[in-house]
Write a new protein. Structure first.
Length: 571
């Protein structure tokens, strides 16, 4: 695997936000110092070429305009004394109309389209002289390049583009599901059966990385209507790609265009559209899912500034099967008889063990989610250095209530789990003395935590059941407070990435110098069983209040830390 990280140093635990912003300021300063002038993304289309006359002599001052086929955005440049020009283009569509005009020559128009994984799109052209007119030669300053953005595939051949149509409508926008749709990638599912990661070459999911426009991306989902390109790479040839040993999932945000676009989507699943047997219905496996999404894109100022925003919000709900309302068949499938449940509830009532949530038992389980993804691009078409600015932002939130299987615990033993994430990324690109400089500064953070319904010691009892068909079942039932739901995780990342590129005059070579400086922070509270846990070997022992064991964690398990990562690559 290619990994450009040359040094990584552990630093003392951070003092959260004040320390985070202080280190972020240091990262910005050092990134600028390492990389001369700042610049912008890690993706852009570079259009280069040489314009000559019928005698192969270069034409100075010819006007070259590139127009994106999909967005209708124009970028222009003039040729220098050698007849060469360069245009950088945001969005990376790979399909453009090229218009060339020069005084004394017949104008020419043709289509330039990427056919493979070219890093440079070559637009060489030869113009014919106008009849009956003398050639008029003008001398103009080299206005050079304009604006950018490309997602060139890695030349190693292991980069594969994901297909949103390869996953179900309910999983579109789920990055783990999208990556797992690629042949050779194994999905990793959570306890609820939903995608929780993916495995490449048999490695665990924590060996993967996800990037947005070349920088670390902390979220695992985006709106399904987001205008992005995504791909997965396993063995990169490009030495600037590193920080992983499994797979790297790459996301490239799309730019707006001169065309106003609006779209809306609705995904609806209902129990009447699902097939399940009697046992599945008894355990509440059928569900209702409603999800709405949409996208808005267009120009703020024609050919200069654009916006592209997408959103999604949804709720998944199903009948909540608990020890109170599950029928005998469902209870038997869970390994406990209806008689044992009745006895357990009677003992809990007599012992004043909480069984409900605020005096009631929930009838449904809810899973809510919302996400936002967008960008604003400023690309001055008259810039002589091809400057372009971009601001990309994202946010997500999710909640599940209650968590767990309530056929193996009393409702009061459960709780909620929530997670939040947000990020912002600023990008800039420009030509600095014939070098294309691209810089990204980013910041993102995530937090997830659980909240138990009952603050009390945890209890569990081993229930042995005999069924009418002669079979038996053994099941451990939880009650009281939940010993493991009070955990939480928080993480944050700030950093900067720069890439300097030099192109040979014949457009056959590109030399890149990439540098990165990043600071990662984390806080983990993995404290479990803080109030203690009682274990009973039978319902009789529970009724007699004779626990077989009692355990308790006496020390909290809280960790905070940070890491500074620096990387430098030349290729």
């Amino acid at each position: 695997m290619s990994n450009p990280v040359l040094c990584a140093a552990q630093v003392p635990p951070f003092r959260w936000l004040p320390e985070m912003f202080r280190r972020f300021a240091v990262a910005v300063v050092l990134t600028v110092c390492m990389c001369a002038l700042p610049a912008g993304a890690q993706q852009l289309d570079v259009i280069r070429g040489q314009i000559s006359g019928p005698d192969a002599a270069p034409i100075d001052g010819a006007s070259v305009t590139a127009t994106s086929v999909q967005g209708g955005v124009n970028r222009s440049a003039k040729t220098d004394r050698t007849g060469r020009f360069t245009i950088t283009f945001p969005g990376g569509e790979g399909d453009y109309f090229i218009n060339i005009a020069a005084i004394g020559f017949v104008p020419r128009r043709f289509e330039l389209k990427r056919s493979a994984d070219e890093e440079i799109l070559v637009a060489d052209a030869r113009l014919q002289r106008m009849a009956l007119l003398d050639t008029v030669r003008t001398v103009a300053a080299n206005r050079a390049r304009v604006n950018r953005n490309e997602k060139a595939a890695d030349v190693g051949g292991t980069e594969q583009t994901t297909n949103a149509g390869a996953v179900s409508a309910a999983q579109q926008g789920d990055l783990n599901a999208m990556a797992a749709s690629i042949p050779g990638v194994t999905p990793v599912t959570g306890a609820d059966g939903d995608p929780a990661g993916f495995s490449v070459l048999g490695l665990s999911a924590d060996q993967n990385s996800t990037t947005l426009n070349g920088s670390n991306f902390g979220s695992t989902s985006i709106p399904r209507d987001a205008s992005v390109l995504s791909s997965l790479i396993t063995n990169p040839y490009d030495v600037s790609r590193g920080g992983f040993s499994g797979g790297q999932f790459n996301i490239s945000g799309g730019s707006g265009s001169n065309f106003i676009r609006r779209s809306n989507s609705l995904n609806l699943d209902a129990p009447s559209l699902q097939w399940s047997d009697r046992l599945g219905r008894s355990l509440g496996q059928q569900y209702t899912n409603v999800s709405v999404g949409g996208a808005l894109a267009g120009p703020i100022v024609t050919d200069k500034a654009f916006y592209n925003v997408s959103y999604q919000a949804g709720r998944r709900m199903n009948d909540l099967q608990t020890l109170f309302n599950t029928d005998a068949a469902g209870l038997q499938a869970s390994g406990i008889s209806a008689d044992s449940v009745s006895r357990l509830l009677a003992i809990a009532s007599a012992s004043r063990i909480p069984t409900s949530i605020n005096g009631s038992v929930p009838g449904s389980r809810y899973g809510d989610n919302a996400s936002l993804f967008g960008s604003v691009n400023l690309t001055p078409p008259g810039s002589s250095t091809g400057q372009t600015f971009n601001l990309t932002f994202n946010g997500s939130a999710s909640r599940q209530t209650p968590v767990g299987q309530l056929t193996s615990e009393l409702p009061a033993h459960s709780g909620d789990r929530r997670s939040y994430g947000a990020g912002v990324q600023g990008r800039h690109s420009a030509y600095v003395h014939s070098l294309l400089s691209e810089t990204t500064l980013n910041m993102n953070g995530n937090r997830s935590y659980g909240t138990p319904y009952t603050v009390a010691p945890n209890g569990s009892v081993l229930v042995n059941s005999n069924f009418a068909d002669g079979t038996t079942g053994v099941r451990q039932i939880g009650f009281g407070g939940n010993a493991s739901l009070g955990t939480s995780n928080s993480s944050a990342t700030v950093g900067g990435v720069n890439q300097l590129s030099w192109f040979s005059k014949n457009n056959k070579h590109r030399v890149k110098l990439a540098s990165e400086l990043r600071q990662d922070f984390y806080t983990q509270d993995q404290t479990t069983n803080a109030l203690g846990s009682f274990f009973f070997t039978s319902l009789g022992e529970l009724q007699a209040n004779r626990p077989a064991s009692f355990t308790r964690a006496l020390q909290p398990r809280v960790q905070t830390g940070s890491e500074t990562v620096g990387a430098l690559s030349f290729g």
